[in-house]
Design a protein around this ligand. Sequence first.
Ligand code: ZN
Length: 309
Amino acid sequence: MTNSHVSNPIGTTDLLGAVEAGGTKFRAAVLNSNLGIVNQIRVSTTTPGATLKAVTDFFASHSSIGALGIASFGPLIVDRDSASYGSIAPTPKPGWAGTPLLDHLRDATAVPAAIQTDVEAAAVAEHRLGAGRGYDSIAYITVGTGIGAGVLIDGMPFRGRDHIELGHMPVRRVDGDAFEGMCPFHGDCLEGMASGPALQARWGATPASLSGRNEVWNLEADYLAQLVRVLTYAFSPDKILFSGGVGARKHLAPRIATATHRHLGGYSVSHATNRDLIATGALGNDAGLMGAALLAESLLASSPQTFSG
Ligand code: ZN
């Protein structure tokens, strides 16, 4: 607030801190005002204590940042009326339920901090910097270990009391598919039928080794097209981007587009003629981290501490 950065007064507080909190690894980075990565680390997600210590040690040992953005795996408490705002919600992931991610990292770095889900952050990044540029409303879907969706309406994340959980929507079983589904909560919801682990369990092989098998990817596309149908009818986005270890696979987007055409049954206004509705994200594995950096950037932009010249 005062002259704590006298040793390097020009631009020090323009540096952005970004954390992508993932279920298998955390990535933390310091970025400059052009969103270039100055420094970064990746640490395995183990216990909250060990993982968060590695992250806070990283920020303590690098150039001071002006603000911190966090993109977190879910479920995340995003209800601002809750005393647990910014904490991990009850989750099967051992040890993480109730972890006050936002409060902990804000206290440790002593800078303004904000949090959103990883898919919301990735959606914002694709909208600002990637395949969603120039569109008013987009949806971003990641298909990997789980299935998550973020929706931006006029560039702003759509949320209710909780963040959306469209990965757990029900799906209509494709004729002849006897796979029972593997969601611990719902069994044969979308995630239970079409996540990476579901693919692997159904076919007995890794997604990478199933390349080129039409029956595998057409079935996958059929389930994902059911989500596109819901997104189309609920939000009517201009663009729906697929990402993640399964979702970003080559040739999947056109298959989803074909299956979507069938699932819409000819009933839609604008999307019947929108051949570019479905695409693959452009930022790949960087989308979540860049979204976190953009969140930090927005805090700096609204901060009264920003240097004026
Ligand atoms: Zn489910």
